[in-house]
Design a binder for this molecule. Structure first.
Ligand code: IVH
Length: 672
């Protein structure tokens, strides 16, 4: 990007950022999220760093925040109210530790840490003289804040008088917060009264304190958590050598202190705390956006001091943003195993939820049209946990005019066959198909699908590609005709691996019927439908001879699905493929209908770790056949966690939530 382009881009970014600020602060628009705001601000900052000339003297972004409101009396803080430096990964956390160690030099003592929650609310400082609350103030710009004494007095968590023995003087720092539940109630009431909703608990809490009517503050049911002592008279200083001592003193003086905090011997214990909080954060009654980590020893804190606005001895670990902005560089098309063309967006790589995202499926043309997405657009992408990334919004205002609309190609990118446009039955959406039965892209995908549906672990996509290239397979059935000799003759296939591959294929010659049905890759037949079909018909022979009406009879199977299944079995190409499979000895195992028992009715199981005898699939089948359910994540609704060897985080989650944990033996007793 040259300077001119950078300047234009910066202008657009500034306009969008100001608009977000306006919507967020003035209009309390709940659709504005911090992640997007931060992402755009980061882009602007990095452009300004690259081209210093484009910086503005009176940057609207560095204005607003933090200036005390004129309507409040101003308060000069005796001790400056600092901010925290953020770290976004364990790597950055370790860098922080290394910087500290380097500063402390070769005689650095062993560092101990204190980890606590970072609350998402409004920072408040409270002065007590002779045990009485004399002043409450906001942070303001760190030096001068607003006097909000009357308002903090009506927050019931904040003590008006301290129990004896109390220090002659103490200044307590903490966060005024609103619980998620209170926000919900408040927003319901706002809506009823035709008033705007609050975007989040932080906004609602800050709004309730930074206004002049303390009756209104009271009605907002705010809470308070104390996290620091800014000033303490000498009479009590002997008691506080560490930050953790300060927390203990705060607690004994009647301040609410979070129960989620921990003295940590080293960074690995800090990480454990961070992971623990990550697991319960969503369910926590208050908003937390991270963990605050301090060097526990106060004398060391003094030695480390402050740089800029933030102390060196503290860091805020922020959980990764689930939304970010980036630009669409290109849109390409992938051919799926059913022949459907799927547009794929390619991005400037960006970090979301802890991993770098450079592409995301756009699903279909409808999605592109709904978003009005064009190549060159700035978009908001979202990725929650392990979920695949998706484009959720186009920031239309950031367009330069050079964006290009995307058009589906007229011919298949893999085989150049003319693309067909098909409407779904209800006529609500269109899909584009490559109808060439021998399309190489389609074919390789259906082999991959077949192999992974049957859990033939040894045969991955790379091997399949190799086998196809060598002309050893043309479809999934050919896999069952392979011999060791076929493979060991190939370069880089040792005898051992050839043997493993052949064995692993042979082992899967008799897959359970639902698996087999899924492996065929019939459009609309996923795991659930495959199981429903197997349950209903019992054997593959009955299933393949069934008419469309027979499929229609099955609960959960709609017209589009039954149409697709009958079409699959009627197709000559598919018939040939099935005959080939059978002639090579593949035979699905009939489904035993056992769901007559409701022994485990309404029981929700979650599985973790490796069980001694049952495979995960077998355990699942058992649960379902006895009327139970299997869920992938532990929640308070989970009835049992069925745990094997090397369980993952589900185990600790279950412990925390008090979910009953059972092993295979217990489970087999339950299921008997
Ligand atoms: S320590 C050194 N501890 O985070 C100044 N701050 O990003 C920080 N915050 O203004 C004080 N929870 O409003 C500290 N447990 C905690 C906190 C916390 C939330 C807020 C506080 C501060 C901001 C800095």
């Amino acid at each position: 990007m040259n300077k001119d382009e950078a300047k234009k881009r910066a202008e657009k970014l500034r306009a969008e950022i100001s608009d977000l600020r306006f919507r967020y602060h003035v209009k309390n628009d709940p659709s504005v999220t911090d992640d997007i705001y931060d992402s755009l601000t980061r882009e602007l900052r990095s452009l300004e760093a690259k081209f210093p000339d484009i910086r503005l003297k009176d940057d609207p972004l560095s204005r607003v925040a933090g200036k005390p409101l004129p309507k409040f009396e101003k308060v000069s803080h005796k001790e400056r109210m600092l901010s925290l430096n953020d770290v976004f990964s364990y790597e950055e956390l370790e860098d922080w530790q290394n910087r500290i160690l380097k500063l402390l030099g070769s005689k650095a003592p062993k560092l101990g840490y204190f980890a606590e929650l970072k609350f998402d609310g409004l920072a408040i400082t409270l002065r007590y003289e002779n045990g009485k609350l004399v002043q409450g103030a906001t942070r303001g710009d760190g030096f001068v804040g607003e006097n909000v004494t009357e308002n903090v007095k009506v927050i019931s968590d904040i003590p008006l008088a301290l129990p004896k023995p109390y220090p002659a003087e103490i200044e307590v720092r903490g966060e005024v917060v609103m619980s998620k539940k209170t926000l919900e109630e408040l927003n319901a009431a706002q809506e009823k009264a035709g008033l705007p909703r609050f975007a989040n608990t932080r906004n609602a809490a800050a709004g309730a304190v930074r206004q002049l009517d303390s009756a209104l503050t009271k009605s907002r049911k705010l809470n308070f958590f104390a996290y620091d002592i800014a000033e303490l008279s000498p009479d009590f200083r002997v008691r506080t050598k560490k930050h953790s001592d300060e927390h203990r003193l705060l607690f004994s003086l009647g301040f609410p202190v979070s129960e989620h905090e921990k003295i940590c011997e080293d960074i690995s214990e800090v990480k454990k705390f961070i992971e623990g909080v990550r697991a319960i954060r969503e369910k926590f009654p208050f908003g937390t956006d991270g963990v605050v980590i301090s060097v526990d020893d106060l004398a060391l804190q003094d030695r480390l001091g402050v740089v800029g606005k933030a102390p060196r001895y503290m860091a805020a670990f922020k959980y990764p943003a689930e939304k970010a902005t980036t630009r669409v560089i290109d849109i390409t098309v992938q051919v799926g195993r059913t022949g459907v063309l799927t547009p794929l967006a390619h991005f400037e790589p960006t970090l979301v939820a802890g991993s770098t995202v450079s592409k995301a499926t756009l699903h279909n043309m409808d999605q592109i049209e709904r978003l009005d997405l064009r190549i060159g657009d700035t978009v908001v992408i979202q990725k929650a946990g392990d979920v695949i990334p998706e484009v959720v919004e186009v920031l239309v205002k950031l367009r330069s005019g050079k964006e290009k609309k995307f058009k589906m190609p007229a011919t298949c990118p893999a085989c150049s066959t003319k693309i067909e446009k098909r409407e779904n039955l209800a006529g609500e959406s269109v899909a584009y198909y490559c109808v060439n039965k021998h399309c190489p892209a389609k074919n390789i995908r259906s082999i991959n699908h077949f192999v992974s549906a049957l859990d033939i672990y040894e045969v991955g996509p790379k091997i399949i590609e190799r086998l196809k290239d060598e002309g050893l397979i043309t479809d999934a059935a050919d896999l069952f005709a392979l011999t060791e000799a076929d493979l060991s003759g190939l370069e880089r296939f040792g005898e051992k691996s050839a043997k493993n591959i052949i064995e692993s294929i042979r082992e899967k010659k008799n897959p359970p019927l639902p698996r087999f049905m899924m492996a065929l890759g019939i459009i609309h037949v996923g795991e659930e439908t495959a199981r429903d079909l197997a349950k209903h018909f019992g054997t593959f022979e009955k299933l393949r001879k069934a008419k469309k009406e027979n499929f229609d009879e099955i609960e959960n199977i709609g017209p589009a699905v039954s149409e697709s299944i009958s079409a699959y079995f009627a197709d000559a190409h598919n018939k040939k493929f099935l005959e080939k499979l059978f002639s090579l000895g593949v035979k699905p195992v009939s489904y035993k209908l056992q769901a007559t028992s409701y022994k485990l009715k309404d029981k929700i199981f979650v599985l973790t770790g490796t069980l001694p005898t049952l495979s995960r699939e077998e355990a699942k089948e058992k649960i379902i056949s006895l009327g139970g359910k299997v869920s992938s994540a532990v929640s308070k609704n989970t009835s049992y966690l069925l745990a094997g060897a090397d369980p993952g985080s589900k185990f600790t989650n279950a412990q925390k939530l008090g979910v009953k944990i059972i092993d295979e033996k217990d489970f087999l007793k339950l299921a008997k």
